[in-house]
Design a protein around this ligand. Structure first.
Ligand code: NOJ
Length: 560
């Protein structure tokens, strides 16, 4: 790599889901004061940046992703003074803060939408996407990402409005220059506060295709696939360039665009190193590899990903973006199940070792790694939650539409799928210790706790020098210390090996060899490790050379 390294290319991000991190006032919901209290924990881990999920005023139809006032704080989380204090304390400790930016849609309680829906000639009417019925039906066949149609009929004015997510999340009309100006002004309010960047929610969807044509309907499904129909619309790059000039260039910011429907070709445009748009994107291809073979069921499935497919996909991103753009590296977040449950094994005998393996695989790749709260202690999916316990609107809609209405799958099967893939797996509160409600709250938690908190918690992990936490701490330290992790060339080994994911990172004078046994079996592989190689990190105490024990991960370092 010839270009100079930017601070965010060496950084590791820790994602905080505020609602589930730490409650301080006993209302059962995490808050900003709670995050401030836990900054030393994040500092101890070594992360450079916190990404905060939305903390803005919201009726919480989609847990804060439906914003009713972009310049106010959700009272459940505290006040603007609490936010200012958190930002100042984080900066004092050398931690940067990335805010979530949700501007594909607002809440239907946002004053812009309240005005827009009030009459056809209101000056905010064109802030949103309104259309007349076609033959008494929706204007096109698009489905909402969370099941059901993407259009809602509004009696008052006799038109439909578009909502790619839930009804309470009407889509903004980015084609309207006043909308863009209003969004950029709002972003500048936060830039002026001194925040360090934005994670941009579904930013690949902001430009809608001309004429809003029907999407292709997957076999067995009710609605057109909005992702394919809408993502990467004709003006998205133009809008982001404008945002870059009017907002992002005002400070040395970090930006990551959540980009469903993005492939390597358009990722290179979004995250081009010419600094004209964003720094990196969250791509979703690897998240879709374990989807249901029935497209009508989308992500709802419980089979593990094929390692060969995973390797092919991640390697494609590593190779294609090198020198051109920049990767984000993630296994999980507030929308995905827990990494150890999905890619490793959460059976007690393998949980710790496989959580470390999964971490090793990701943290030696090129890109900026994201750690989702609890991942660093090996938190698992929440199998104790039943249908009535779920809070997430995506899960509720899946039961409502796919089970109850369309009978695509029975309830027991859907419950298995939700235990494998549902978003609430990641949203159960953070497990700090073994006291009541894991030290998260003295009240009633907003979402049921994962009942394994008596053993899996921060207190236990900090007391054990071999814990997942200290392994992550070391991974972060190594990334800070060894430039090859940021800049080395990626080379996949043995693409067809169904059991081991091995790759190299190569620079002019040194090399890393990263070996990950993805199975619970003891197997043998010979990678012809040079005699001068030393083990940089591994999840077993000794090096058994060509024998790989269950979920073994190790990284050799050698000078050429
Ligand atoms: C992606 C966010 O990560 C998710 O939580 C949210 O539901 C949708 N975008 C809609 O804003």
């Amino acid at each position: 790599m010839t270009k100079s390294i930017k601070w965010w290319q060496k950084a590791v991000v820790y994602q905080v889901y505020p609602r589930s991190f730490q409650d301080t006032n006993g209302d059962g919901v995490g808050d900003l004061k709670g995050i401030e209290q836990r900054l030393d924990y994040i500092k101890k881990l070594g992360a450079d940046v916190i990404w905060l999920n939305p903390v803005y005023a919201s009726p919480d139809k989609d847990n804060g992703y439906d914003i009713s006032d972009y310049e106010d704080i959700n009272s459940k989380f505290g006040t603007m003074a609490d936010f200012d204090s958190l930002l100042a304390k984080a900066h004092e400790k050398g931690i940067k803060v990335l805010m979530d930016l949700v501007v594909n849609h607002t809440s239907d309680q946002h004053r812009w939408f309240i005005e827009s829906r009030s009459s056809k000639d209101n000056d905010k009417r064109d802030f949103y996407i309104w259309r007349d019925p076609v033959d008494g039906h929706e204007p096109n066949n698009w489905g909402s990402f969370f099941s059901g149609p993407a259009w809602k009929f509004d009696d008052k004015t006799g038109q439909y409005y578009l909502h790619l997510f839930v009804e309470g999340q009407p889509d903004l009309n980015w084609a309207n220059p006043t909308v863009r100006e209003s969004v950029f002004n709002m972003m500048n309010f936060w830039v002026d506060k001194g925040i360090d960047g934005f994670r941009m929610d579904v930013i690949s969807l902001i430009s809608k295709p001309d004429g809003l044509p029907d999407g292709e309907v997957p076999e067995g499904a009710q609605y057109g696939n909005s992702d394919k129909a809408v993502a990467n619309g004709p003006h998205v790059h133009e809008y982001l360039k404008e945002m870059r000039q009017k907002v992002l260039n005002r400070a040395d910011m970090m930006t990551v665009g959540e980009a469903s429907g993005v492939n390597i070709e358009n990722a290179v445009k979004y995250a081009n190193q010419d600094n004209s748009e964003l720094n990196m994107v969250f791509q979703f291809e690897h998240m879709g590899l374990d989807n249901n073979p029935n497209p009508a069921l989308g992500k709802w499935y419980d089979k593990k990903v094929s390692l060969v497919d995973l390797k092919a996909n991640l390697s494609k991103w590593q190779n294609h973006l090198a020198e051109k753009a920049w990767n984000s590296l993630y296994w999980d977040n507030h929308d995905q199940p827990r990494a150890v449950s999905r890619y490793g094994s959460d059976r007690p005998e393998y949980r710790v070792v496989s959580a470390k393996m999964v971490a090793t695989l990701l943290h030696f790749m090129q890109g900026t790694p994201y750690i989702y709260q609890g991942e660093e202690i090996g938190m698992t999916n929440a199998y104790n939650l039943q249908r009535d316990d779920f809070d997430d609107v995506e899960i509720k809609n899946a039961f409502k539409y796919l089970v109850d209405k369309d009978h695509l799958v029975d309830e027991a099967t859907m419950l298995k799928y939700v235990h494998a893939k549902g978003r609430d797996n990641a949203r159960t509160p953070m497990q700090w210790n073994d006291s009541k409600n894991a030290g998260f709250t003295t009240g009633l938690p907003w979402l049921k706790m994962n009942d394994n908190y008596l053993t899996i918690n921060v207190k236990n992990t900090l007391a054990d020098p071999n814990s997942v936490f200290y392994y992550y701490q070391k991974l972060i330290r190594l990334r800070h210390e060894l430039p090859i992790i940021t800049t080395g060339t990626y080379q996949l080994l043995d693409p067809n090996d169904e059991q081991v994911y091995a790759y190299r990172r190569v620079s002019a004078d040194e090399e890393l060899l990263i070996i990950n046994n993805f199975t619970n079996e003891t197997i043998t592989r010979d990678y012809q490790v040079p005699a001068n190689a030393t083990i940089l990190i591994g999840n077993y105490e000794d090096d058994a050379k060509s024998t790989l024990r269950p979920y073994e991960a190790k990284v050799y370092h050698f000078v050429k």
